[in-house]
Design a protein around this ligand. Structure first.
Ligand code: SAH
Length: 250
């Protein structure tokens, strides 16, 4: 069996218990060196074969996995955050399907939830928004027109924008047009849960300058939306006058 495992956003303790166990047992580990901390490899057994995928292409990755699998080795493919988001695992799974190699995907803590945790906010706030949009700006990877940042921002939902901080000016322009408000709060979280994490807070008016002052050009989440203000509303979940499946109203 081959395991695609989410390593979490940075802090090595943010991998799941299952992910850590499989990593400890692995004979071969292929990790996304650009964003996965090498500290994870300290948990591997002695003699483990380790490959950094950041300089490899799909054929090379498939070949390593295929060879190891045929030799009866346990293979872990370690991805940053959660593997189902911008992880390019689909194409890898497709290749394994062609070779009849079985695999499982083990989820992880994504950088978007880790970033929200670092700013101590909740994406879904009663009477503010009940929706989170995960997206990115178009670049070399095209984004469908209907999902342009301006169009998505018009929903005024909470947003977590991946892979876009290097284009902060263009991001902010589109968001301003979509939200029709320059005072929307923003937080840019660089390397959430790593040692060199940076959190920058502001609004659509000033966030771009603050990001450029800090020279942040990669590995950051752009969180946007009114959820970043605490509007003082309460949920029904802990409301003493509201009963639900697990608790009766007073
Ligand atoms: N699968 C990953 C995303 C991979 S794409 C996940 O679930 O988080 C890489 C992008 O993710 C980066 O450009 C950045 O926007 C974001 N990212 C990854 N790690 C991050 C971290 N520790 N802090 C902030 N953003 C991060």
């Amino acid at each position: 069996m081959v395991y695609f495992i989410g390593a979490g956003p940075g802090d090595v303790d943010l991998i799941t218990v299952k992910g850590r166990r499989l990593l400890k047992e692995a004979d071969v580990v292929i990790y996304a060196g650009s964003l996965v901390s090498t500290e994870h490899l300290n948990f591997c057994k002695e003699g483990v074969e380790v490959y950094d995928s950041s300089s490899m292409n799909l054929d090379e990755i498939t070949q390593i996995i295929g060879n190891a699998y045929r030799q009866g080795k346990r293979v872990v493919r370690l991805h940053t955050g959660d593997p189902t988001l911008y992880g390019a695992i689909l194409e890898q799974m497709r290749e394994l399907d062609k070779l009849n190699i079985p695999y499982e995907v083990v989820p992880g803590v994504s950088s978007f939830t880790a970033s929200c945790a670092r700013v101590k906010r909740e994406f879904t706030v009663p009477e503010v928004t009940q929706t989170v949009i995960l997206t990115r700006i178009s670049g070399r990877t095209p984004v469908p027109e209907e999902e342009d940042l301006e169009v998505l921002a018009a929903h005024k939902s909470s947003m977590a924008i991946f892979l876009s901080v290097h284009e902060i000016d263009r991001v902010v322009e589109k968001l301003k047009r979509g939200y029709q408000d320059e005072n929307v709060p923003c937080a840019v979280v660089y390397k959430a849960t790593w040692q060199d994490e940076e959190v920058i807070v502001g609004t659509l008016k000033d966030i771009a300058d603050k990001v450029k002052d800090k020279n942040i050009r990669r590995t950051a989440q752009i969180l946007v939306g009114y959820f970043l203000n605490d509007n003082g509303t309460y949920s029904r979940l802990y409301d003493k006058n509201f009963s639900h499946e697990f608790r009766d109203a007073l």
